[in-house]
Design a protein around this ligand. Sequence first.
Ligand code: GFB
Length: 336
Amino acid sequence: MTPASTGLSGTTGTTAAQASTLRLDRDAPIYVAGHRGLVGSAIWRRLTNDGFQNLIGLSSSELDLKDRQATFDFFAEAKPTTVILAAAKVGGILGNSQYPVDFLSENLRIQVNVMDAALEQRVSRLLFLGSSCIYPKMAPQPIREEYLLTGHLEPTNDAYAIAKIAGILHVQSVRRQYGLPWISAMPTNLYGPGDNFSATGSHVLPGLIRRYHEAKRTGATEVTNWGSGSPRREFLHVDDMADACLHLLENYDGPEQVNIGTGTDVSIKELATMVANAVGYSGQVKWDTTKPDGTPRKLLDVSKLEAAGWKARIPLHEGIASTVDWFLQHHSEIRT
Ligand code: GFB
């Protein structure tokens, strides 16, 4: 059975012989959709460092992926042989719960347009990126890939999660109907250079860096974080994620999505202490329990990724320190 005809069910991995045929041509046109975002820019850096010569990236003002005709026209002209679908509307717990229509509708339109246009051009390899919030709120921990669609979603991000689940099914359906070796990967909570440090729309790690930095700068003696601080999350540096994506593109071919994470988690309180130490904030920390906690724990089982030969390398304390440095250096130009 060829890798492309493995069908929707099963967790078939890649044999060594198949993997050797997956190596990407460094001179072939590769389209990174969303190359200016946290995820896409890290993938762009990783591919550039690896000698890829023909990367294609367009800003949203150059190509609006919600515009179906424009997306089809672009694919017909650029004819990429590989697509990395990292373009998405993303946000933290508050953004997701306040604007569910935007997260559902924009993400569905972007991914359907990109995948339909890629299919029309018979793009030979496509990597669709989702998120660990696709899994049920109360999934057993650590979360294995097969727990998908076994329970109710976390309500603060169910609209976003449904869009991403549709993307996984889209990839699986293309494999089944057209036999193309497209794949999906589900990274855990990401952070790193180029993140969104907005006060209300960001994820927790950049949100805390900004809050603690401002408290230190203004001499505030107290900060207030969201929720109870007891939820547990797994944090992966975006450069590790990019490395994992390239590794999967060159070593994995199967219908099932692959989790990308570190395999360890911390409580939000523990994370807050690490960020305070990295920033040098020593005031009081309060918790606003009127803000949502979200899912109580989200730790991915990464045995499938490890079986494919990849492990995270950047320890959380090092990643936080370098992200704080990046934030301080780019303070004037970042998305706040
Ligand atoms: O990072 P975060 O928004 O992502 O929140 P989720 C994680 C936890 O940190 C929650 C708490 O329990 C928040 O209540 N928290 C504390 C804060 N202070 C802050 C703060 O200043 N900002 C933020 N944002 N949180 C998102 C999903 O869920 O994660 C998305 O909504 C996506 O769909 C993404 O999957 C990875 O892990 O709760």
